[in-house]
Design a protein around this ligand. Sequence first.
Ligand code: HEM
Length: 126
Amino acid sequence: MSYQFYKTLHLVSVMLMFSSLGGLLLHAMNGGTKANNPSYKLAAAGHGASLLVMLVAGFGMLAKGGFSFATNPWIHIKLLLWFVMGALVMVPARAPGLAKPVWVAAPILGGIAAWAAIFKPFTAAG
Ligand code: HEM
């Protein structure tokens, strides 16, 4: 698999993660519950699958690109955000009152992950 293939797969999974999470959050923002959401299983499965594919494709790029954890702290930023985005799927069912602030915060967290990938901060020069 080429680097470009992994990157395309990575970005498609990022899009699926946001559409799944966004749908669950919007339902909770409108007063909906897990019980009265007929699409809950589809959205939750989409979120889970997207995180798995995102991780596999991310590690695929790390291997192809020869990025080591020790000299690329930006990877740690992305892994931390990956865990946070994973945990946020619990908000709609467990803390629906937080659905709106999470709906606003999620793209900002995604933006930080994109920034980390594009600017690769704190990477040793040379
Ligand atoms: C919240 C989770 C994540 C989001 C939203 C995200 C988003 C992105 C985006 C938008 C890019 C493209 C940047 C560009 O155009 O160059 C990217 C690239 C990349 N991501 Fe992620 N990512 C996430 C998690 C991860 C994880 C967990 C890993 C590692 C296991 C990872 C590894 C990479 C790598 C290696 C690149 C390519 C960097 C390059 O080509 O220079 N990402 N990611």
